[in-house]
Design a protein around this ligand. Structure first.
Ligand SMILES: [Zn+2]
Length: 271
């Protein structure tokens, strides 16, 4: 599932291809991909508009349009925005955005959870999200204060987009391993030192993920169709039964609130 580093990579790769371009047409191959407004209104609001900017907030891609409206896209479980369709990725295209000069952006999504919306006020979609963890305003103090307000398991709190934006299952596991803290600890039980370690770990794993252009597990692809290499540097995420790179103990996987959670029981102090 695309998380902050994957969506940031899509934004960075796609921006030079789309920003400044006018939308000349729209092909909808599966109407469910348009969440709001109606497909007719969506098309009318989009076609003829220039894309003036492309931004990311949490896991949302925000295409700013000349009209002042914003095209919001969320890749959800398996979405990809492709500028070319290599042979093996031609299936599962749900929509095509046509641009000037015969450029096309293909919205591929095998599992049909991905969505697009056209909104006047982008705050109606992203207004309630928590802080961006890579911004300078996201300090260890900010993290400590928000963890202090919650006694739920730490991992579940880290995944709550209204508390911290953009962190998902893979990078939360990686951050907790790097900080050597159990995913099961109550969020408000961390010492000041542990909060500092976790804060640094969150930023480090996200930055490394972006450097590696995201993690292609199964269905995430860069707009070029290339894979992201971030999973090659994962220490615990999706590495069930592999040895902990720090101590050699087998990595364990449990379900925590329905999400597969990977950790080293020894390094992270899980009994
Ligand atoms: Zn270990």
């Amino acid at each position: 599932m695309p998380e902050l580093p994957e969506v940031e990579t899509v934004k960075n790769d796609l921006a030079p291809f789309v920003v400044g371009q006018r939308i000349t047409g729209l092909t909808i191959l599966w109407e469910g991909i348009v969440r709001s407004p109606s497909v007719r209104e969506f098309r009318e609001g989009l076609v003829g508009q220039q894309i003036t900017g492309l931004a990311r907030r949490a896991k949302y891609l925000l295409f700013q349009l000349g009209s002042g409206d914003t095209l919001v896209a969320h890749l959800k479980m398996s979405g990809a925005l492709l500028v070319a369709t290599p042979d093996d990725l031609g299936k599962y295209i749900r929509a095509v955005i046509h641009l000037e000069g015969d450029r096309k952006v293909y919205f591929r999504d095998p599992r049909k959870f991905a969505r697009m919306m056209l909104v006047h006020d982008v705050a109606s979609v992203v207004g309630k999200l928590g802080p961006e963890p890579l911004e300078s305003s996201f300090t260890a103090d900010v993290l400590g204060r928000l963890l202090d307000r919650h006694k739920a398991p730490l991992k579940a709190v880290l995944l709550d987009q209204e508390l911290i934006a953009g962190l998902g299952n893979m990078y939360a596991d990686e951050a907790l391993f790097a900080a050597r803290i159990s995913p099961l600890r109550p969020a408000n039980s961390l010492s000041g030192l542990e909060v500092k370690r976790l804060h640094r770990a969150i930023r480090d794993v996200l930055r490394l993920g972006i450097t590696n252009k995201g993690a292609s597990e199964v269905t995430y692809f860069r707009p070029s169709g290339e894979m992201g290499k971030a999973f090659e540097d994962f220490k615990v995420a999706h590495r069930h039964d592999a040895a902990c790179p720090r101590c050699g103990t087998p990595i364990r996987r449990i379900k925590l609130r329905g999400r597969g959670t990977y950790f080293c029981p020894r390094c992270q102090g899980v009994a």
